[in-house]
Structures are given as structure tokens and as C-alpha cells.
Ligand binder design. Structure first.
Ligand code: ADP
Ligand code: MG
Length: 247
């Protein structure tokens, strides 16, 4: 567990319904180091969300083990922003602190600073319906960051957004996560998104999910996601991952 914040060893998991048993994850092993940004790429329905649920402790593996470093907290951000329509942006951003009874003046100041940093100050009193999809996702991210999680789990957070918003938001989210020094696991089916944001990309097989391929991205560390997309090396990572997904 040295250096790693989380470690999965031989994890298996299946869903039981009255009709059938569905193997979702089989013999999955990987670990994530503190401060690392890992992207998981895999076909739709392969078991990516299941893996995040396992890490969160919302589900138990049928065999294998998941070890999270003592005292570490996970924060979860979903594809759908799940903001409450009747609450203002600021009230939505404060929700995670509220439900954990952790609202403090410092917590509120931190949320306000994040709102400002995300360029949402003018919308703090607005309702979510008055925001664009990208802005709503930023509010959801602020809410996730507000409780100061050690590990951020991002489940296809950009996939409901249009292409241009996705590109700019991934840049903003990347710099926010890196500047907070957070460890993150980003689940996506978008290869470019993975290569542009991650330090390391894990490729999952079709269901049941298992680790098929893994690649470290050294070149891009100093670049923002948008800059990475324009680098000569970018397309070779893309095609390697693409091939693994097709195989
Ligand atoms: P992904 O996030 O990669 O699209 P999921 O982890 O959501 O995939 O699902 C993996 C597989 O497990 C899918 O084939 C899905 O049908 C099945 N599955 C997911 N959730 C449930 C559930 N609550 N009950 C039964 N089967 C499920
Ligand atoms: Mg999913």
C-alpha cells in the first residue's frame, strides 16, 4: 500500500436479480497513488460505475479486497449534476456540508472561494435551471470538493455536455483538481478526454470488467488538457487505447 491511496486486489463483483446473475467485475487489480490522476476507459456497460460504487463502499465485492488508506474520504461526482432545482447555486454547493452537519464559517468561505474561482460569483443566487450544463457541473464539483475528499471519483462528468463545453470544462476541472492536490479517478468512454487529463489510463475489457491495458502518460504532465490535445504524441496514445478497446 506504500504511496497508494487505494488498492484493489482480485476484485470480483456480480449483480443478482431474480432473472439472472450478471458478472460485472472479474479479478480486477489496480492501485492509485496519492496525488495521481487516473482515467478509466471502457465500453459502455462494462462495469465502470460498479467499480466506483465498490470503491465508495456502496457495494461489496464477492471476492478480492479493496483497501483505502486509513482516514481517507471519497467524494463522488456523477454524469448528471443532481442539483436541487429549488435551491440556489450557493445553497446547492453547500449541500454536502449541510447533510454531513459540517457547515462552518471556514467551510462556507471555502465554497464561496470555489464559486469565485469557477467564475460563478454572479450566479451564486441563481437557480440551477438558469445555468448552462457546464456551469451546473461546476457547481456539482464544488459540492464534491467542499467536504475536502482525499479521493475524487468522477463518473463520466462531461458526457452530457456539448463538445466545446466539454473541452473547456475539462481544462477548468483539471486545474482545479491539480491545484487542490487531489487524487482523482475519472471514468469516461472518451479516449481523448482520458489522454488529455490523466497521468495514467486504465483500459477495461468488456463486461465483466477487468484490466486489459494500462499506459502511463509522462509527456503531458506540464500541459493543460487543451494543450495536450495539440501535442504530437497525443494521437499515438489515442490509437494504442483505441486498438485495445477494439481487441
Ligand atoms: P458502466 O458504468 O461501465 O456503463 P455499470 O457498472 O453501470 O457499467 O454496469 C455493468 C453491468 O452491470 C451492466 O451490464 C449492467 O447491466 C449491470 N448492472 C448495473 N447495475 C445493475 C443493477 N443495479 N442490477 C443488475 N445489474 C446491474
Ligand atoms: Mg457508468
Amino acid at each position: 500500500m506504500q504511496g497508494s491511496l487505494i488498492k484493489l486486489s482480485g476484485v470480483c463483483c456480480s449483480y443478482q436479480t431474480p432473472e439472472r446473475e450478471t458478472d460485472a467485475v472479474r479479478d480486477l487489480s489496480f492501485s492509485v497513488d496519492e496525488g495521481e490522476f487516473v482515467a478509466i476507459v471502457g465500453p459502455s456497460g462494462c462495469g465502470k460505475t460498479t467499480v466506483l460504487s465498490l470503491i465508495m463502499g456502496l457495494m461489496q465485492p464477492s471476492s478480492g479486497s479493496i483497501t483505502v488508506r486509513d482516514g481517507s474520504k471519497c467524494g463522488y461526482m456523477l454524469q448528471r449534476d443532481s442539483l436541487l432545482g429549488w435551491r440556489s447555486v450557493r445553497k446547492n454547493a453547500l449541500l454536502a456540508l449541510e447533510v454531513t452537519h459540517a457547515v462552518t464559517p471556514e467551510g462556507e468561505a471555502k465554497v464561496d472561494a470555489l464559486i469565485k474561482r469557477c467564475g460563478l460569483s454572479d450566479f451564486a443566487g441563481s437557480r440551477p435551471a438558469q445555468l448552462s450544463g457546464g456551469m451546473r457541473q461546476k457547481v456539482a464539483l464544488i459540492r464534491t470538493l467542499s467536504t475536502d475528499p482525499d479521493l475524487l471519483l468522477l463518473d463520466e462528468p462531461f458526457s452530457a455536455l456539448d463538445y466545446q463545453t466539454r473541452l473547456t470544462l475539462s481544462d477548468e476541472v483539471y486545474s482545479l483538481i491539480k491545484s487542490c492536490g487531489k487524487t482523482a479517478i475519472l471514468v469516461t468512454h472518451d479516449i481523448s478526454e482520458a489522454v488529455s487529463m490523466a497521468d495514467r489510463v486504465l483500459v477495461f475489457s468488456n463486461r465483466p470488467a477487468t484490466l486489459r491495458y494500462e499506459t502511463q502518460i509522462y509527456e503531458g504532465r506540464a500541459n493543460s488538457p487543451l494543450e495536450r490535445r495539440n501535442q504530437a504524441w497525443f494521437s499515438s496514445y489515442f490509437s494504442d487505447i483505441w486498438e485495445e478497446l477494439q481487441a
